[in-house]
Design a protein around this ligand. Sequence first.
Ligand SMILES: Cc1ncc(COP(=O)(O)O)c(C=O)c1O
Length: 429
Amino acid sequence: MAENLKVLKNESVLQIEMDEVFELGNRIREDFPILKRLVKGKPFVYLDSAATTQKPIQVIEAIKNYYETFNANVHRGIYSIAEEATAAYEEAREKVARFINARSPREIIFTRNATEAINLVMHSWGQNNVQRGDVILTTEMEHHSNLLPWQILSKLKGASLEFIGFDKEGFLKLEEFDKYKNKSVKLFAFTFASNVLGTINPVRELVKYAKEMGAITVVDAAQAAPHMPIDVQQVDCDFLAFSGHKMLGPMGIGILYGKERLLEEMEPFMVGGEMVKSADFRGSEWNDIPWKFEAGTPNVEGAIGLAAAIDYLQRIGMDAVRRHEVKLTEYALDVLARMDGITYYGPSSPEQRCGLVSFNLKGIHPHDIAMFLDNEGIAIRAGHHCAMPLHNRLGIAASARASFYIYNIPSEIDLLAMSLEKIKKMLEI
Ligand SMILES: Cc1ncc(COP(=O)(O)O)c(C=O)c1O
């Protein structure tokens, strides 16, 4: 079946030299059992990695090995396999810290996902630091996960929620920061890369603007950490959130990076077992960071799977992961731009985008596109992608989205394009 996809190389809609992209994609595909299956009797083409990525056998095996050989609760047992499980869990934390160049593993908190990580900041930092009359600043291109928590905080505290807009190409309007220079902006929450427009924001510059205003920064890196090298010390943000399942890891494990000084000052998010040093009937003393923020039995399986995913990505190299996606995105933009009736959203330069393209085909609802493509064995996402206000800004109710990862190859984009042409012919668009 992988053969079927390879054959298309010579029939590419566009004759772009893509050897490197084919080489990486084809080599890697062998590690992903799910990519060998058929869907509706056709080779499976997975173009929805922005929603969740597929898992290589190395991640699946790491989880299986944990359950088969050292499954135990962590931080409690005094017996061998409990110590092995604790060591593996804490090694995963160290791996995450190195992956984003955090100063210390103490700055890495395991959560369920990026959404929970952002909610943690809202509760533990926001509730104690934002007051009536303050401004919470965010952007018009946020996923609901980085918008709804701030709506709640602004209502709870009587703070105003304000937005930096984006222009026609999908870039943030940086001049709008001027409006907030003399306001009490306490927090600026923004996405590293948009899950609809694909725009990669100038994160370092945005953090600088926030600092000048005296605001702390919360960076939603759900669509960035899996796809490019990230260095939190260089970016200098206060908090950064991402999810394991979007970077080859299992579902149910997410990461909150936070600067040690801030984490030390913050109150816990949830309380119960694991996060206390000592407890009395009427009071308790919190555990040290990061465990202060990890109440209850953690997702050990998730941390171990995530560590295997990081190993896998680092063997490829995050620079190579990024290069692969830039080329695929360039190819996809080229193919889509040549098709009549297609409108795609976000920057035209692939270097300024992450590996996804949202688009509409004139005269047909995105859900119908997705249903038709499913019959061709192609999985894409259709809808508002948890970014309804962003779609309102674009003046559309929904879009179709194709998103790529290391296992995708240009011939899959050819198949997408050919199937879109089929839809057009069928509907006489
Ligand atoms: C930009 C962005 N932020 C946050 C999230 C939420 O991620 P999760 O559902 O893993 O918490 C997503 C998921 O699609 C996303 O694309």
